[in-house]
Design a protein around this ligand. Structure first.
Ligand code: NAD
Length: 401
């Protein structure tokens, strides 16, 4: 039986546009799919290439404005190399494009690829502001192209288990969530490419680069909050954007949430707690524990004759079989099957938008010192981002990295 929580908080998985696809994008024949990469020199490309090993696909081209890095990767993959991605799309006419460029370029590159007839897997985050992501989703829906966002952490066995547990209604009415994730990065990391840590080049800091995974898992499991109070700061790194962020959340059923992420701390676990009326779910690193209350907490509160008695409960340590394949591999298999079956991937555009919209709301709240209601006011965030970019430096003119 589904709880009130699910009536109040429908979870947007991104499956919503799957139905439209079957007519717009008919299932393809089983010919080998021809893949290209934009941003060939990106460090993450190696993980994608490993993950694609053994799938019936062929990498037929790559582009990168950095000729040295890009052509070296293309040579390793034994495929054609282009400096300009328009030339790549025109000459190669790929079935699928994987976008690994710096985040502010993701949306424009995705639109170019879809306009050229390719299905698109975008590295996270799908854009740096929600309105740019909206336009990518709209184009995918209009053209029937398959659009995926690479949130591979959704394929962690513990996350999949938690999602099923919640979907079965076993959590009950959501009471509170807590998400704490340290993502330490060094000064050398920020110096490794001129776009990192800049408003123009990266469009944000920890919220745009590392914490999209944290926020995605949160939204994937419990849906979007209705109001966000955010606080972002640059505390320990010589960068323009935030290295620390926290937020208080309120969900439409009244549940509270708290998120804290940074690239400046270490020594703590990665922790997600989801407390419902019927169970409490704790995910610490990859260890999942579930505490089931013998009676829903609200019944216990109403009926117990003791003044401070806790509800009786039993703990279940969940033994999870570790996946034999990497998360990137599972994400690629899902994306490949989505194309073959003409369905949405496990993280489609609407799914990918959730963490971005939440990140934008945290930043907007911090700069305006006010709570932000969701859906996000796109125009207000667009004005803030334009102001931040105007005040800061252009990474393409930097000599660093
Ligand atoms: N899913 C994950 O866990 C994960 C992990 C790492 C990175 N990423 C994402 O991958 C993306 C790349 O990150 P990175 O750290 O590997 O970056 P990187 O700086 O190593 O690489 C980016 C590449 O894009 C190229 N580039 C820039 N502008 C271009 C253009 N107009 N056309 C073609 N190429 C262009 C650069 O020359 C560079 O080679 C980011 O969006 C990041 O968030 C995701």
């Amino acid at each position: 039986m589904h709880s009130t929580f699910f009536r109040d908080q429908p979870i947007r998985t991104g499956r919503s546009n799957a139905e439209d696809r079957s007519t717009a994008n008919p299932v393809m024949t089983n010919s080998t799919l021809r893949y290209v990469f934009i941003g060939a020199g990106a460090a993450i490309v190696e993980a994608h290439l490993d993950a694609l090993q053994g799938l019936p696909i062929e990498v037929v081209g790559m582009s990168d404005i950095d000729t040295e890095r890009g052509s070296a990767q293309a040579a390793k993959a034994r495929c054609a190399f282009f400096v300009n991605h328009h030339d790549l799309l025109r000459d190669v006419a790929p079935d699928v494009a994987v976008i690994c460029t710096p985040h502010p370029l993701h949306a424009a590159h995705a639109r170019d690829c879809m306009a050229a007839g390719a299905d698109v897997l975008i590295e996270k985050p799908m854009a740096v502001d929600a309105s740019d992501a909206d336009s990518v989703i709209a184009l995918a829906e209009r053209t029937g192209r398959i659009l995926g966002v690479n949130f591979q952490e959704r394929f962690r066995p513990a996350v999949a288990y938690a999602r099923d547990f919640i979907a079965r209604g076993e959590l009950g009415n959501l009471l509170r969530v807590l998400s704490v994730e340290p993502w330490l990065r060094t000064a050398a990391y920020y110096q490794s490419a001129p776009w990192r840590g800049t408003w123009r080049g990266e469009g944000g800091g920890v919220l745009m680069n590392q914490a999209p995974h944290t926020l995605d898992i949160l939204c994937h499991l419990v849906g979007m909050p209705k109001t966000v109070w955010g606080m972002t700061r640059t505390r320990a790194h010589a960068i323009e954007t935030e290295d620390s962020a926290q937020a208080m959340l309120e969900y439409s059923n009244g549940a509270f949430g708290y998120v804290t992420v940074s690239t400046i701390e270490s020594g703590t676990d990665k922790r997600l707690e989801i407390i419902g009326d019927r169970a409490c779910l704790k995910l610490v690193d990859d260890e999942l524990t579930i505490l089931r209350f013998d009676a829903p907490i609200r019944d216990h509160i109403a009926r117990s004759s003791h003044l401070v008695a806790l509800p009786t409960a039993h703990a279940e340590a969940i033994a999870l079989e570790q996946a034999s394949q990497s998360r990137h591999r599972l994400a690629h298999e899902d994306f490949y099957q989505a194309i073959r079956q003409g369905r949405a991937p496990w993280c489609d555009g609407r799914g990918g938008l959730m963490s971005l919209e939440l990140a934008n709301a945290i930043t907007l709240s911090s700069f305006t010192r006010a709570p932000i209601d969701l859906p996000l006011d796109r125009a207000a965030y667009g004005r803030l981002l334009a102001d931040l970019r105007a005040e800061t430096h252009d990474p393409s003119r930097s000599n660093t990295g």
